[in-house]
Design a protein around this ligand. Structure first.
Ligand SMILES: Nc1ncnc2c1ncn2[C@@H]1O[C@H](COP(=O)(O)OP(=O)(O)O)[C@@H](O)[C@H]1O
Ligand SMILES: [Mg+2]
Length: 241
């Protein structure tokens, strides 16, 4: 019997796969080896955290996952497509519509209200004004900010700003939510609220990759991998790849 075989019903392949990803930076004469033969598979609906100390290569990895940067070598497949083979236009569409980014600092535009900040990615995606407004309001409601829609970022607390940033990341209904130290600038209590939100988003089926140096934050994810000095090791539940 071949029931042990993993089944991929579509010809698309796995949701997310990295094979032997390496990243080097040339620093003058030195060639620094930042990411070392990284292998990583993620299924749709997973909640993964990448835990590692400062300087271990987390942001470098995040930028490659988010198609903001490219690996020096290796294969990266997202949603069945080999990222290396995509054109600039296809990459831009992928970043805008399939990946939602959350950074340590919310990076909201200071001169736009919470609602307008959330609408911004929808403008880039060509969504009309009425639908934009509706979606932005729904999302702000979703993150518990229905009473703060018309506030400007400097009228919001750090945690509220980060929730606006999460709503913005979700605007185009991305398949993957990618967060780099999302609680790094928050106090513990506010950080916990963001973790509650991430857990709820994952329970709704959203795939999440969260990068952090903080073990207490990492353990909110369902699966934890460790990165140390550019090498990735599985740390959470059993790896059945
Ligand atoms: N553009 C770059 N050029 C050269 N070295 C870099 C560059 N970006 C990051 N690095 C180096 O790569 C290593 C990993 O950085 P980074 O991915 O930002 O780590 P982390 O996010 O885990 O703190 C660090 O030693 C850093 O100095
Ligand atoms: Mg970093």
């Amino acid at each position: 019997m071949d029931t042990m075989m993993t089944e991929h019903t579509s010809g698309e392949g796995p949701f997310f796969r990295m094979e032997k990803i390496n990243k080097f930076y040339q620093m003058g004469e030195e060639r620094a080896h930042i990411l070392k033969d990284i292998d990583l598979n993620i299924e749709e609906g997973e909640y993964l955290s990448v835990l590692g100390p400062s300087g271990s290569g987390k942001s470098t990895l995040m930028n490659i996952i988010g198609c903001l940067d490219v690996a020096t070598s290796g294969r990266y497949t997202l949603h069945g497509r080999l990222v290396d083979e995509l054109t600039e236009a296809e990459l831009a569409r992928l970043r805008s519509e399939e990946i939602g980014f959350v950074f340590q600092n919310s990076q909201l535009l200071p001169r736009l209200t919470a609602q307008k900040n959330v609408e911004l990615p929808l403008i880039y995606a060509g969504v009309g004004p009425k639908e934009r407004r509706r979606r932005a309001r729904d999302l702000l409601d979703r993150v518990g900010l229905s009473d703060r829609m018309n506030h400007y970022p400097n009228q919001l607390s750090g945690g509220q700003q980060q929730r606006v940033a999460i709503a913005r990341a979700l605007a185009n209904n991305p398949t993957l939510l990618l967060a780099d130290e999302p609680t790094g600038a928050l106090d513990q209590k506010t950080g916990r609220q963001v973790m509650v939100l991430f857990r709820a988003l994952n329970e709704e089926g959203r795939t999440i990759i969260m990068i952090t140096h903080d073990m207490n934050i990492a353990k909110n994810a369902r699966r934890v991998v460790h990165i140390i000095d550019g090498e990735l090791t599985e740390g959470g539940s059993a790896n059945d790849a």
